[in-house]
Unconditional design. Structure first.
Lengths: 209, 111
């Protein structure tokens, strides 16, 4: 995210402080509000008020969503992996074989047409998973939670590639490559940005005569 | 994804299956930097708390990749090629929420 959450929080504190001092001043003047002064101040403060509202909503929303993630995200990842595997199996049964190959070759000679086919997905661990991963990182060894998220994502993307190939009418996909790229740049403040990896699979679809 | 982009054949293999390459014409490339609007960024940030797929960013990268391929094809057309072989992709996140997509390959003529 370009606009970090920490900024919203500090904005909200600033705006609340400004309002408190402003209203104290009004009260000290005997409750008489200046006729032209107030709307001008409001217009000036409007973007900050919106930001502060977002900050307040975020403060309520974040713990609720964190708990939701803690309860359901692990099962959700497993379900995604299972579902992708089921779709893969049914597609294999339908086509009669596995249509993805990572070698450049091995196809029959009666090829009528060829073309690029690609599929992608961006997957991120939940904040609960990040916390478990942090503890896991201190202990060392394999960080299972992240591995689960990424392998589920990869299974899903491979299945999307198969479905895309089927939709485009290719009989086989050769020379399949899988790229994994982090969505979080190295230089950014990693505390307040979206954590996720992009998985991208591409290959050459070929159609037989 | 159409099999032929603007009349140019695009494959990521070194040869074109079923065709014969007659002439290589050098490297062609296309790149793009795209970002989603702040609203979608905020929504992705919320989705990130509970984990799972960030659909906004999937879309973003899909669109940008299509655009990068389109620019690469335009580059190939401008030098009079009929196909692009051995296409590779490179991705880099410039800031979170904006991504650079780069596609490159070798322009060729085929029979």
């Amino acid at each position: 995210m370009k606009t970090s959450i920490a900024n919203f929080r500090s904005f909200s504190i600033l705006v609340i402080m400004a309002f408190v001092t402003f209203s104290l001043k009004v009260v000290a003047q005997g409750g008489a509000v200046e006729d032209e002064g107030l709307p001008l101040v409001l217009i000036f403060l409007l973007p900050f008020i919106l930001l502060s509202l977002f900050g307040v909503v975020w403060m309520i929303l974040w713990p609720a969503m964190f708990v939701w993630g803690a309860v359901f995200s692990g099962a959700k990842v497993e379900r995604m992996h299972e579902e992708a595997n089921q779709r893969r199996d049914s597609l294999r049964k339908r086509m009669g074989r596995e249509i993805l190959n990572s070698i450049d070759g091995g196809y029959r000679t009666d090829v009528s047409s060829a073309g690029l086919v690609h599929a992608n997905g961006v997957f991120g661990p939940s904040h609960w998973h990040l916390m478990i991963g942090f503890v896991n990182n201190l202990i060392g060894g394999s960080v299972t939670v992240f591995q689960q998220v990424i392998s589920a994502g990869r299974a899903e993307v491979m299945q999307r590639l198969r479905e895309q190939a089927e939709e485009d009418g290719w009989d086989e996909v050769i020379n399949v490559r899988i790229d994994t790229a982090s969505m979080t740049p190295q230089s950014s403040n990693t505390r307040n940005t979206v954590r996720g990896v992009e998985i991208f699979a591409y290959g050459t679809g070929i159609k037989y005569e | 994804m159409q099999q032929v982009v603007n009349g140019i054949l695009v494959v990521n293999t070194e040869t074109i299956p079923g065709k014969v390459i007659t002439e290589t014409m050098g490297v062609v490339s296309g790149s793009t930097v795209r970002a989603k609007n702040v609203g979608k960024d905020i929504f992705a940030g919320l989705k990130n708390i509970v984990g799972g797929e960030l659909t906004q960013y999937t879309e973003l990268l899909q669109e940008s990749r299509n655009e990068a391929v389109g620019r690469m094809v335009a580059d190939a057309m401008s030098i009079g090629a009929t196909a692009v072989v051995n296409v590779r992709f490179a991705t880099s996140a410039i800031t979170a929420g904006a991504a650079e997509l780069f596609a490159y390959g070798t322009a060729v003529k085929y029979e």
